[in-house]
Write a protein that binds this ligand. Structure first.
Ligand SMILES: Cc1ncc(C[n+]2csc(CCOP(=O)(O)OP(=O)(O)O)c2C)c(N)n1
Ligand SMILES: [Mg+2]
Length: 745
């Protein structure tokens, strides 16, 4: 068997077009291709050209790859019937696409003057800096003009945000925010048949059904491009139908057969989704030609008969035959189209592969973490309408409150959220139990009552969907504030932050953003409610996400100022922010002795804010302790005892911002210190701050002694044993004394 299946498939088409008989009739351009369809001869021919563009782009990508001039060979070959989906959708229907949706993109591009999707595709496979969507950062289907946010290579990870976008369409309008799309827009999300088994796909579909069942408009069209294979593993016969057919709150349809039948089926699916504003699942039957990617040797796991059977089902071959049979075109017309497309793509390939690539770290990173401090500070410190506040607080402003109960971090955060919601009508608060109950720790208590169910939503129990909604809402102009109940429970959905939300600005060259402030209750030291999953003392899984801002307040007033800063960063710069709230400090009142109430603070009135780089400092002394959160609380206790019991003075710095770490401020503070002790409640190698802070000081030439206190690399047991694997004030004392002893020696 010839191993060059690209050539074989092309030759099949050429041979067919050379030998095909003339059509029995000739249709006029505006004639329907047969009775009972809206597909006209003109549309059918245009679709065929879209499909050819997609096909020949794949051929050229492989040719260039063999020459070392392109870098991506996962093709759409065999999937080109998806062009019909592109033809039926509007360019104002947001699309989140499978990597084989090339036909769809060509058909969509045709609707937008000034867009040349074929050329852009070649730029993309060549990783050219001129690729309009990603500037060569990845081969993605994406376009700002066509409302197609770029997808990542993680299969199905785009499904939750597609659902979130569909949900946010109507929600934004209800909140008075214009999403910039027509009211009857729908969202389209395509994926493969193997991907349909993935947790992200299943949870996306489930979220759509659940949301719809709850009475929300959820106009999402799921399109499963079913080629029966996931790389080498076959999908059981009828599996997609068995899995997604027959569910309530999900209309299931199929599109298969000749182009005109596919046209009718897709039309019905799109129209149903648009008119019912409810989820529709369309199985689009496809074949996969040429293996999974250029590097895949398909013959190793598929028989010759199997491969040839797929090739015989080549949609372009079948469509060519159908167009001739229906009288849409003569073989000669199709030959001419094919020749012209080949000519056009060859020129595009040559041109695109000659263009440059991003050529500096600076240019590569430019869209990753945009930050305009001036704008952010203005926005963070902007006042909240006085009258609205007075009415809302019923004359009892939080900064005037005197009851200590009102001044814990939890109470302050609650008030700060209310103030920010008054100030920013685009804020949407959602998560598990945040509405009626007010959150597990009552931080969102009362918000739903005051702001209504439109702006404060109890979601179903799924962190992936929560973060999917955050992305969709953010893309449509809302300012999402999702809550994740515990740090340990962000891990099961962390790809939505890591691979998706945090990478959107990067892979879209800053053309799309999904601003959000994700509130996460976390860290350890909870009394009475323990075990690892409620006391997760590691944030390494967040710290290594490029561009993600991580804020960790240690006291109530800081929390308020930092939250204002975080919302402003999200709003003004489109950034993704993790706001990690130390559970054990939510209701902490005391600092040094029981009942001293020294950890209660006044509510900072609107106008005050903290931004990355703004650290907190306590005291003076030759010992510098660098810490955050519970460690900060313990460090301040240690500082008091060091002075009283040992005559050792220490200065304590609260870094407040875990990402980006305030290295400049730490270096400045360290300059006058004989020793620096980093108190890190996270695990020794769990991605806390000790490693980077110590490394930075060492590398920047700090001459004093460096030491750290960190927790062992262990999960946290239930009950009193927990304290054995969590650092304690005693540990801070011991390390501080030992390090100071070294400096005296
Ligand atoms: C989460 C994840 N796991 C594994 C992969 C590697 N991978 C890429 S494509 C693919 C198969 C997908 O098959 P299917 O969804 O049927 O799409 P098809 O390629 O057949 O169109 C796999 C396993 C990935 N990209 N993402
Ligand atoms: Mg497949």
């Amino acid at each position: 068997m010839s191993t060059d299946r690209v050539r074989v498939v092309q030759e099949n088409l050429d041979r067919f077009l050379a030998e095909a008989a003339q059509p029995p009739v000739a249709l006029a351009a505006s004639d329907p291709v047969r009775e009972g369809t809206t597909l006209t001869a003109r549309d059918a021919l245009a679709l065929f050209e879209d499909q050819l563009l997609s096909r020949v782009a794949d051929v050229e990508a492989r040719r260039l790859k063999a020459l070392g001039r392109s870098f991506y060979t996962i093709s759409s070959a065999g999937h080109e019937q998806n062009a019909v989906v592109g033809a039926h959708l509007r360019t104002t229907d947001p699309c989140f696409l499978h990597y084989r949706s090339g036909g769809l993109m060509m058909a969509r591009g045709r609707k937008q003057p000034g867009v040349d999707m074929a050329f852009d595709t070649m730029l993309s496979v060549c990783a050219s800096e001129d690729d309009p969507i990603s500037e060569g950062r990845h081969k993605v289907w994406g376009s700002r003009a066509l409302w197609v946010p770029p997808q990542t290579s993680t299969i199905a990870s785009h499904v939750p945000k597609a659902v979130g976008t569909a949900f946010a369409l109507a929600r934004a309008r209800r909140m008075g925010v214009d999403p910039g799309l027509p009211e009857d827009s729908i969202v389209c999300c395509t994926f493969g048949d193997a991907s349909a088994n993935h947790a992200s796909a299943l949870t996306g579909v489930q979220a759509a059904r659940y949301g719809s069942r709850r009475g929300n408009p959820l106009p999402i069209l799921f399109v499963c491009e079913d080629n029966g294979l996931g790389i080498s593993t076959d999908t059981p016969w009828r599996w997609i139908q068995e899995t997604f057919g027959g569910h309530k709150h999900l209309r299931y349809m199929e599109a298969d057969g000749p182009i005109d039948d596919v046209w009718d089926a897709v039309e019905e699916a799109v129209d149903t989704c648009r008119s019912t504003r409810a989820p529709v699942f369309l199985r689009l039957v496809t074949v996969r030609l040429w293996g999974h990617a250029g590097s895949d040797i398909e013959a190793a796991y598929r028989s010759k008969q199997d491969i040839e059977a797929s090739e015989a089902q080549d949609p372009i071959l079948r469509n060519a035959a159908r167009l001739i049979e229906l009288g849409v075109a003569t073989p000669e017309m199709l030959r001419e189209r094919l020749a012209s497309v080949r000519h056009r793509l060859r020129a595009a390939a040559e041109e695109a592969s000659g263009r440059g690539h991003l050529d500096s770290v600076q240019r590569i990173m430019a869209p990753l973490a945009p930050y305009d401090e001036g704008r952010v500070r203005l926005s963070a410190c902007a006042s909240v309408a006085k009258d609205a506040r007075r009415t809302f607080w019923d004359g009892d402003l939080p900064e005037d409150a005197s009851s200590p109960v009102k001044r814990t971090m939890a109470a302050h955060l609650s008030a700060a959220m209310a103030d920010e919601m008054l100030k920013r009508p685009e804020i949407l608060v959602f998560g598990e139990d945040v509405g009626r109950k007010g959150g597990v720790y009552y931080v969102t208590a009362g918000l739903q009552k005051r702001f209504g169910q439109t702006r404060v939503i109890d979601t179903h129990l799924d962190e992936t969907s929560i973060l999917g909604l955050a992305q969709g809402a953010g893309m449509l102009g809302l300012l999402p504030m999702p809550e994740i109940q515990y740090l340990a429970y962000v891990h099961n959905a962390v790809d939505q932050l890591r691979g998706e939300a945090s990478s959107l600005q990067f892979f879209s060259a800053g053309q799309y953003s999904n601003p959000m402030v994700v509130r996460i209750a976390g860290l350890a030291y909870q009394r009475g409610f323990g075990g690892h999953f409620h006391n997760d003392n590691a944030m390494g899984g967040l710290r290594d996400i490029p561009g993600l801002i991580i804020a960790v307040p240690s006291r109530g007033d800081d929390a308020v100022r930092m939250l204002r800063g975080c919302l402003a960063i999200a709003k003004e710069c489109g950034r993704v922010v993790a706001f990690l709230e130390p559970i054990a400090l939510y209701h902490q009142k005391d600092l040094l002795t029981e009942g001293d109430e020294k950890w209660l603070f006044d509510y900072p009135p609107p106008g005050e804010a903290l931004l990355p780089g703004d650290v907190g400092t306590y005291g003076e002394g030759p010992l510098l302790i660098v810490s955050y959160a519970n460690g900060l609380h313990m460090s301040l206790q240690a500082r008091d005892r060091l002075a009283r019991e040992h005559g050792v003075d220490a200065r304590v710095v609260d870094v407040r911002w875990i990402n980006p770490l305030p290295f400049d401020a730490i270096r400045r503070e360290a300059a006058g210190a004989r020793a620096v002790l980093v108190v890190d409640e996270c695990r020794r190698t769990g991605g806390g701050i000790a490693e980077p802070v110590v490394a930075d000081l060492a590398e920047s030439g700090y001459q004093g002694v460096l030491r750290s206190v960190r927790a062992p690399d262990c999960f946290i047991p239930l009950g009193p044993s927990a304290d054995l694997v969590l650092i304690q004030t005693e540990d801070v004392m011991a390390a501080a004394l030992s390090v100071m002893a070294t400096t005296h020696a």
